[in-house]
Design a protein around this ligand. Sequence first.
Ligand SMILES: NC(=O)c1ccc[n+]([C@@H]2O[C@H](COP(=O)([O-])OP(=O)(O)OC[C@H]3O[C@@H](n4cnc5c(N)ncnc54)[C@H](OP(=O)(O)O)[C@@H]3O)[C@@H](O)[C@H]2O)c1
Length: 303
Amino acid sequence: MSSISHQYHPLGFQGSRIAQGFWRADEWGLSKQERLAFIENCMSLGVTTFDHADIYGDYQCEALFGEALALKPAIREKIQVISKCGIKLESGARPEHSMYQYDLSFDHIIASIENSLLQLNTDYLDLLLLHRPTPLMDPDEVARAFEHLMIQGKVKHFGVSNFTPSQFDLLQSRVEVPLVVNQSEYSVLETSSFINGELDHLQQHAVTPMAWSPLAGGRLFVAQDGQVNRVRSELTKLSDKYSAASLDQLALAWLLKHPAKICPVLGSGKIERLKQAVAACQIHLADDDWYRVWCASRNQALA
Ligand SMILES: NC(=O)c1ccc[n+]([C@@H]2O[C@H](COP(=O)([O-])OP(=O)(O)OC[C@H]3O[C@@H](n4cnc5c(N)ncnc54)[C@H](OP(=O)(O)O)[C@@H]3O)[C@@H](O)[C@H]2O)c1
């Protein structure tokens, strides 16, 4: 039985409160049978949303997922697959790319999604995100690409990643379907969106914030700078009060408390870590404990 509930987004996309990312999947060293077992273990924890991008693992990670899915195609309808497009890496896998750059043209979006579907071994994406904003984005052209993908049944929902509120509004003003997600970096160590209006804006428009690197990409556990030391120290002090909760659980509980209902995208390939993360959904931090971590992260007392 699932240990976390699904999030019913007012705008239509339904994913699990915690998602599993595949950015680092090429470092996990798993065989395709082990990758399938990992996906099924995620599902049994209630983590049914899987996050990808065309570029992950130098264009290799989507295929790692697709190979595993091919072993058991019946699981496709029980999960939600997200992918992203819009970044062009300089890569041996893409010799035609002249430099690292962004491309949100109609042709690039369509070609990228066609390829992602092939790699992921699926007929459709549950959610497509534009990976990064660019000053060259023509919102009418993006709208045309989204409409094309929607009509063809290749993408069910659309969203963005790393967009500011004004970039989001500009695109939404031209795209007919609602943009349901903005995926950005939020964590105990990256709190700027909490005060720069980005999270307010998403809440205002009932858009789901998905958090990439919700554990600061592992920096929380190993880095030694002042901010990390202060935050780690505050979190460690809270452990006893919350039934010996671990550092990662408390860092996630801190994120989950925000009323915008942030959905963390975890990046470890170790199922034990994901179990810890799912259990963190049951930890409800008291307001004073939340503020202690906030002040430690920002290195200032409340005004
Ligand atoms: N939209 C975007 O622009 C964007 C950017 C970056 C990432 N993403 C998405 O976000 C997902 C998550 O990003 P992320 O991988 O940076 O997330 P993360 O979960 O913050 O970091 C994962 C890293 O933290 C380490 N870690 C986790 N728990 C640990 C613990 N208890 N002790 C020590 N180390 C620990 C992991 O090591 P182990 O492997 O040893 O567990 C792994 O190296 C990606 O897979 C991708 O889908 C999106």
